[in-house]
Design a binder for this molecule. Structure first.
Ligand SMILES: N[C@@H](CCC(=O)N[C@@H](CS)C(=O)NCC(=O)O)C(=O)O
Length: 224
């Protein structure tokens, strides 16, 4: 039995963690059944058994694994008969993509999404989110919201290499979707869940790629 601890908004159905999306996509690709345990930001006691306070946490029988990449590696090692994700393969370009996503793309999306995420949390989570995120940003959520046009412009510039890639390849991994697509699609699902306007541009190769990945991995199959 696999259990995934996933972050939820005030509405239980609202899921917005990019790292949890990454794991849910991996479970979908591998065809593994699982149940979800919803947690909110302040539910640290629910995660205490994992020895840390972040989601995703995956419980696979008696094994407890946190950190999305370690979870993906575990799934490949533990379920070798199902499609391999390749999180274990030594690929410098995949590592670059993952670190670019986690350290740059997420930060750019966060500056746009944070005020919208805040608005969709329980009152207890709002207090926690405001204090931790304002400390991280060095400014208030209202100040970051007022700067939105410049953060959207910054994100659009950051996405240019992705547009170049997707003008010449159907998927981030090339002819077929792979782990690179999982990494970026997870970030995009977070943005779409939180931000009430489209981040893609007119005639954007990213939009055509999104159509293709959505056919492969529909949201209805990801948010169980
Ligand atoms: N490196 C970790 C990052 C996990 C992470 O940052 N999770 C966020 C949600 S997207 C979290 O649990 N935040 C809780 C908090 O800030 O208290 C991974 O890849 O799983």
């Amino acid at each position: 039995m696999i259990t995934l601890y996933d972050l939820a908004g005030a509405d239980d159905r609202l899921r917005f963690s990019p790292f949890c999306f990454r794991v849910k996509l991996a479970l979908l690709i591998k065809g593994l059944a699982y149940r979800v345990e919803r947690v909110r930001f302040v539910d640290k006691d629910k995660l205490a058994f994992s020895g840390q306070g972040l989601v995703p946490v995956l419980v696979d029988d008696d094994l407890v694994i946190s950190d999305s990449w370690k979870i993906l590696q575990h799934l490949d090692q533990h379920y070798p008969a199902s499609p391999q994700l390749g999180a274990d393969r030594a690929s410098a370009s995949l590592d670059f993509l993952r670190f670019w996503c986690d350290r740059a793309l997420h930060a750019a999306i966060f500056r746009i999404a944070a005020p919208f995420v805040h608005a969709q949390l329980t009152p207890e989570d709002q207090t926690y989110f405001r204090s931790t995120r304002e400390a991280r940003l060095g400014k208030t959520l209202e100040a970051i919201a007022a700067e939105r046009p410049q953060h959207v412009a910054h994100l659009q510039l950051m996405l240019e290499p992705l547009r170049g890639l997707l003008s010449t390849h159907a998927f981030i991994d090339g002819a077929a979707p792979g782990l690179g697509d999982v990494v970026i699609y997870s970030a995009w699902l977070w943005a779409e869940a939180a931000v009430p306007f489209a981040l893609r541009e007119p005639n954007d190769p990213i939009a055509a790629w999104l159509d293709r990945v959505r056919q492969q991995w529909p949201l209805s199959a990801i948010n169980v």
